[in-house]
Design a protein around this ligand. Structure first.
Ligand SMILES: CCCCCCCCCC/C=C/CC(=O)SCCNC(=O)CCNC(=O)[C@H](O)C(C)(C)COP(=O)(O)OP(=O)(O)OC[C@H]1O[C@@H](n2cnc3c(N)ncnc32)[C@H](O)[C@@H]1OP(=O)(O)O
Length: 296
């Protein structure tokens, strides 16, 4: 289903996204701050600063399900069309888990059409974020594996909470799957080829100190200062004239974006045939069961 159709489905009577509003904040935020609510994404906009904080709230682990991807896409599109917003900070509504990555239940026991729809939505969100004209910051206030790490890597800078429990990285190989070329390219663009090769083959999840050392994040700060630091760094990015910053960003990212645009359909087909393999379904199911067993 294309984004428009998925949005329609989400707006059907009964959907909690229906009637989402952008109103004056009941509390918090500076003068004129606005809050918008959808089911899984909370937006706190501060027009005076030109910044919106986009908070993930898809319990229990902020996984990127098809619905979450769609809501995030809608929310980002709205912000892109809002002339008062020049920068966005992505964060988790509740500290602890920034995002557990792609929702594994979307990749297990479904049919090929579902896998294709899901992967298209992952591509769309990546394209929207990686090509965004806005300045994007990640305030990483929790653990950040795989697709969660990818989300943060689409941003222009990353601030990570100084908590050794919070790890970050593309750990796909540890699950028995692997990061597709555009995940890899996004990481190469951030930490370089050799560090990416090692990180991806070993499926490394870096502690804050390691992430800072390898350049996966720009700053590690006390947990209660992650959002405020991300906002203060944002003011440096917004001090640069938009057109100059945007042209530079496009120049830096265009080759990577073009690769996916050129191979978009093939990438979907490759994903569908890979994820549909019996052997891959089996490893994903075992991984999910292990996660679930912990709690039962
Ligand atoms: C030629 C081919 C070319 C194409 C190649 C394509 C290759 C495929 C690429 C696919 C890319 C995938 C990227 C991904 O993002 S995969 C997801 C990776 N994520 C993880 O490994 C994280 C897994 N989760 C955890 O480690 C932990 O949950 C946590 C985030 C550290 C949190 O721990 P905590 O103890 O607080 O919570 P629980 O573990 O108890 O989890 C609570 C419940 O949430 C469920 N859960 C967790 N993570 C996920 C997830 N990613 N998706 C769905 N569900 C998840 C977990 O099962 C618990 O459920 P329960 O309440 O029913 O027990």
């Amino acid at each position: 289903m294309a984004l428009v159709a998925r949005v329609r489905a989400l707006l059907l009577p009964g959907s909690r996204l229906r009637g989402a509003t952008l109103g004056r904040a009941a509390n918090g935020g500076g003068a004129g701050a606005r809050r918008a609510l959808s089911h899984r994404v909370l937006v706190e906009a501060d027009p005076a600063a030109g910044v919106a904080v986009v908070k993930f709230r898809n319990p229990p682990v902020n996984s990127l399900s098809l619905e979450m991807l769609t809501e995030l896409g809608i929310c980002l599109e709205k912000l892109e069309n809002d002339k008062t917003v020049r920068g966005i900070v992505l964060t988790a509504d509740r500290p602890g888990i920034f995002s557990a990555g792609l929702d594994l239940t979307e990749m297990c026991g479904r049919n090929p059409a579902h896998y294709a729809e899901f992967w298209k939505a992952v591509q769309e969100l990546w394209l929207r974020l990686y090509q965004s004209n806005m300045a994007l910051g990640a305030a990483i206030n929790g653990t950040c594996p795989a697709g969660g790490c990818l989300l943060s890597l689409t941003c222009d800078y990353r601030i990570l909470a100084d908590n050794p429990k919070y790890t970050i990285g593309l750990n796909e190989t540890q699950l028995g799957i692997f990061a597709p070329f555009w995940f890899k390219d996004t990481m190469v663009n951030t930490i370089g080829h050799r560090a990416t090769e090692r990180a991806l083959q070993l499926g490394l999840l870096f502690t804050p100190a390691e992430a800072l050392q390898v350049g996966l994040v720009d700053q590690v700060v006390p947990e209660d200062q992650v959002q405020s630091t991300a906002l203060s760094v944002m003011s440096q990015w917004l001090a640069i004239p938009d057109h100059a910053r945007q042209l530079t960003k496009t120049m830096m990212r265009k080759a990577t974006v073009d690769q996916l645009l050129k191979h978009r359909e093939a990438d979907i087909q490759n994903f569908v045939s890979f994820i549909s393999r019996d052997s891959i379904q089996k490893v994903l199911q075992v991984y999910l069961q292990k996660l679930r067993k912990k709690n039962h």
